[in-house]
Design a binder for this molecule. Structure first.
Ligand code: MRU
Length: 353
């Protein structure tokens, strides 16, 4: 095995062009690489709901930017009208998707800027725009710190299974789970990634596969049902995934199918790692069963794009996330450090760091 040449941070998932927010349209990758432009909180809320942008940290960053866009649009209003516009923007963004807690984190972060000191709306709008820029830069720094912590857990030569896309496309850059992979490779470890395709939206087959190929990281694509077979044959050394929300007891909400992979990893004594920033921790929720699980449209299951394969009238379930109990998590990797065998006490201690 030779050490691959890794191209650092190859994608700008979200970028400011003047006072317009651009985001890579993740619905059409890898067939097309195009940016969608957002000029208001509504544009951003629509983009989050329609999966133009997805992945918990990216959603949080987009929501923060959406608040800034709306502030800039409302800068010439009276203070009262400005506050009302910002309240409507926050409500619109918060209802766009329910599971990733980073969304609420991004909105709250911008509301803190508004409340920091009383100022004319145009001054507050400038401050919010500056904060939105900082949120993007900070996300990449956080992911790099997380990557450095997590890289120590992966061994040279490891074959690493990941589910969904927790890469640069799911954040402002570098990625969470795939950020750990990138950091380990930058540190000289030779890794091979096994990407589960992640039905029904195909984040693994379309996005992780594209990101890894673009970065020159060896990747093998499998369908979701193949991971148990590969584990039973000793062909997977570690699993690493991201998270959309982690409850105070360490239970993890992540892309549908993650729980199955965690159970299989446990059955085969394979370490199961979760990498996420502390903005994904929801210490207000006692356990995973309280995390709201988004149920998406049946058409995602009955077909893909223009193609339909299931019979008309069929009953469908499409929960977009599942809960992996903390007992199946070998370690939680965050920017504040690694928590082995996460539980309530260890997460509370982490949040004090
Ligand atoms: O529906 P998605 O694509 O937004 O779901 C994304 C995931 O489940 C990711 O694994 C999670 O957000 C972590 S991304 C760093």
């Amino acid at each position: 095995m030779t050490s691959p040449k890794v191209r650092v941070d190859p994608v700008e998932t979200l970028r400011w062009v003047g006072e317009v927010l651009e985001m890579i349209d993740q619905r059409v990758l890898p067939a097309q690489f195009v940016y969608v432009q957002c000029r208001s909180a509504k544009d951003v809320a629509d983009a989050i709901r329609n999966m133009v942008v997805r992945g918990a940290p990216a959603i949080g960053c987009a929501a923060a930017c959406g608040m800034a866009l709306e502030a800039v649009r409302s800068a010439s209003l009276s203070r009262e009208d400005f506050n009302n516009a910002m309240k409507s923007a926050a409500d619109l963004l918060l209802e766009s998707r329910p599971t990733a807690v980073n969304l609420a984190w991004g909105v709250a972060r911008m509301q803190q800027v508004m409340m920091r000191r009383p100022a004319a709306p145009d001054v507050t709008a400038r401050e919010m725009l500056a904060e939105a820029h900082e949120v993007l830069a900070e996300d990449v720094r956080v992911n790099r710190t997380m990557g450095a912590h997590g890289a120590k857990l992966l061994q040279d030569g490891d074959r690493v299974l990941t589910h969904c896309n927790a890469g640069a496309l799911a954040a402002a850059g570098h990625g969470t789970a795939l950020g750990v992979v990138r950091s380990a490779i930058e540190a000289g470890k030779r890794l091979q990634i096994i990407a589960g395709e992640t039905r029904p939206f195909l984040q693994g087959a379309r996005l992780t596969a594209w990101e890894m190929v673009e970065s020159g990281i060896p990747v093998t694509l499998i369908t979701d049902g193949m991971s148990g077979h590969l584990m039973s044959r000793g062909e997977i050394d570690a699993v690493i995934v991201g998270a959309d929300r982690v409850a105070a007891n360490g239970d993890v909400a992540n892309k549908i199918g993650t729980y199955m992979v965690a159970v299989l990893a446990n059955r085969h004594s394979i370490p199961f790692y979760v990498a996420c920033p502390t903005s994904t921790l929801d210490m207000a929720l006692a356990s995973g069963d309280l995390i709201p699980i988004e149920e998406r449209h049946a058409s995602e299951v009955t077909g893909y794009g223009e193609m339909r394969w299931a019979p008309e009238g069929i009953s469908v379930r499409n929960p977009a996330f599942d809960i992996t109990p903390a007992s199946l998590v070998t370690a939680l990797i965050t920017e504040k450090g690694v928590v082995h065998a996460p539980n309530r006490e260890r997460l509370a201690e982490l949040m004090k760091r």
